[in-house]
Design a protein around this ligand. Structure first.
Ligand code: TEU
Length: 555
């Protein structure tokens, strides 16, 4: 496997620093807190950490609003702490992938302060400004967080574009100085030893010439004019040449509304190594899109994953994920977080860690953390949820919070952001203070300490699966083949290497299910399963229990 770049062999673990571990009792996670928990990552066997933004930030969007790209957010620690973290990770052979937010900055960034106060100055053209009637925004584009994507700035007497929060003005990528500034920042951290970047909303950098109105009936109005925009390949090609070329790093582009064909242009011979597609986590959108719950069925999930698995050519490589800091907890969403929490969390782990691609595991996923409860809108911290829900209430689409609470508790990004549950002490061992977002009530049952001491446990299964993946070449680079595509319960596929084949058999349902593994009989041996008492070799018809997953190896 030595010819593969490291990131094709890697399992990546995402840390959302605010919610990982608090070392100083202020209720907010921090870098020294991460350092205290490095052995947890080491035990898990992961190869790289993707660290959500730790740069200086007023934290309106928890760090995705950067006010100084070269400083560590004071609430998270110091540059010296960050250096200790890097060293601690590297000592354990774990790489560090930083998060780069290049589409926008915080409105408190010095560039934006200058830009709004001195239009004719050096930074005047760093953002997307339009003059005009203070009552009428320049076009009908919408912010991802609800409402117009434009804000009128009294100081400059002009509108600025913000595809996200009003505190997150979009940078003007047409300006070559802006592009250079970002590459400089990226190179600055690379010189400090980071191993790559996850690039926030990086397919939104190029906005269509003239900023034309979008189709008003679109799900994200205007997106056809800024998703994969006209100059995006030029910008990312330049970024590749200026930053990534000749380094042993990884680049992962986060890309809303990405389709498979465009994805294949971004990777392979394209400017990036990897992309995050979202089709499979939009499967359960309802009529009102994200702020509604739709029915989803297993054949549909399989069909989306299958298409992205097979990609367009041999070189194709993708990311594998069910969770991140923007997604609800997968066991609550796709599994059963009550009766079959262990079983369904491990079935999901099996999928993420045995498909073709680079798996990304989000903090807490490895212990089967679940969605939380948010009794009122005051309990919701996430700017995206708060703004969108307010808009739905103000627009009369829903009567009040109670009418949409079930959707918030299903979908809100805060579900992923409740503190990691380390043990059953107060606040789950996350903090000695008052946590910035309440700990999920289920922490006495769901926590790392308990998962370490109990058998079976979600954590132990993740650990074994990660180990197995690392020692089983077909699980990394083997060909992928789906069986039973239309079956409503079974998720079965093979990963075929040069002289070994792994068969993955999952009963992704809460019912018992028989499957005929006759063709495998005798010659197959069990590699791993998430249930006890599994025969070493399948013998014709096999009875699978709810959410049972098994991996067999055959010639
Ligand atoms: O997210 C981009 C993005 O598309 C999300 O806003 C998404 O629409 C939403 O989270 C629902 O899934 C990235 C970051 O991951 C997110 O945390 C930031 O808020 C956003 O960019 C702005 O930087």
């Amino acid at each position: 496997m030595s010819e593969l770049p490291w990131w094709k062999n890697a399992v990546v673990y995402q840390i959302y620093p605010r919610s990982f571990n608090d070392s100083d009792g202020d209720g907010v996670g921090d870098i020294p807190g991460i350092i205290e928990r490095l052995d947890h990552l080491d035990d898990l066997g992961i190869d790289a950490v993707w660290l959500s933004p730790v740069y200086e930030s007023p934290q309106h969007d928890n760090g995705y609003d950067v006010s100084d790209y070269r400083a560590i957010h004071s609430g998270f620690g110091t540059t010296a702490d960050w250096e200790r973290l890097l060293e601690g990770l590297h000592d354990r052979d774990i790489r560090l992938v930083m998060d780069m937010v290049a589409n926008h900055t915080s409105s408190e960034h010095e560039w934006f302060r200058q830009s709004r106060s001195t239009p004719e100055g050096e930074h005047g053209d760093y953002y997307v400004w339009r003059e005009g009637d203070p009552e009428a925004p320049p076009n009908n584009w919408e912010s991802a967080f609800g409402g117009s994507a434009w804000e009128y700035d009294d100081e400059r007497g002009a509108w600025y574009l913000h595809l996200f929060d009003t505190n997150q003005p979009d940078l003007n990528w047409r300006n070559p100085r802006v592009r250079e500034e970002i590459y400089d920042v990226m190179n600055w951290w690379l010189e400090k030893g980071v191993d790559g970047y996850r690039l926030d909303v990086v397919n939104l950098l190029s906005k269509a010439e003239g900023l034309p109105d979008g189709d008003p009936s679109g799900e994200w109005v205007g997106s056809e004019h800024f998703v994969d925009g006209p100059r995006i390949f030029e910008y990312l090609g330049e970024m590749h040449d200026e930053v990534f070329a000749g380094t042993d790093t990884v680049s992962v582009g986060e890309m809303p509304q990405l389709d498979l064909e465009t994805a294949s242009e971004y990777t392979g011979d394209g400017p990036l190594d990897l992309v995050f597609p979202f089709e499979h986590v939009e499967l359960d959108f309802g009529d009102r899109g994200r702020w509604d719950i739709g029915e989803w069925r297993l054949p549909e999930l399989k069909s989306i994953l299958d298409r992205w698995q097979r990609g367009l050519d041999e070189e194709w490589w993708t990311t594998l994920f069910f969770e991140n800091h923007d997604q609800p907890r997968s066991v609550s969403r796709f599994g059963d977080d009550e009766r079959y929490r262990y079983e369904s969390a491990t079935a999901l782990a099996t999928i993420i860690l045995t498909l073709r691609g680079t798996p990304f595991v989000y903090q807490g996923q490895e212990i089967g953390m679940t969605n939380s409860t948010f009794a009122s809108l005051d309990d919701v911290a996430d700017v995206d949820s708060v703004r969108n829900v307010r808009e739905l209430i103000d627009g009369g689409v829903v009567k009040d919070y109670d009418a949409i609470r079930h959707v918030v508790e299903y979908r809100s990004r805060d579900n992923a952001r409740t503190p990691v549950q380390w043990d059953d002490s107060p606040n789950a061992g996350f903090t000695d203070g008052d946590p910035w977002l309440p700990v999920n009530d289920d922490y006495p049952e769901v926590n790392v300490a308990r998962e370490r001491s109990e058998s079976p446990s979600v954590l132990a299964y993740y650990r074994r699966l990660i180990e197995l993946r690392a020692s089983t070449p077909p699980l990394v680079s083997g060909r992928y083949n789906l069986h039973y595509p239309d079956d409503e319960q079974l998720f079965v596929y093979t990963r075929t290497g040069d002289n070994r084949r792994v068969v993955v058999v999952i009963n992704f349902s809460a019912d018992d299910r028989a499957i005929d593994l006759g063709p495998l009989d005798g010659s197959a041996s069990l590699l791993l399963g998430n249930h006890e008492d599994v025969p070493e070799s399948p013998d014709g018809a096999v009875d699978l229990r709810p959410y049972e997953a098994r991996l067999y190896e055959t010639e």
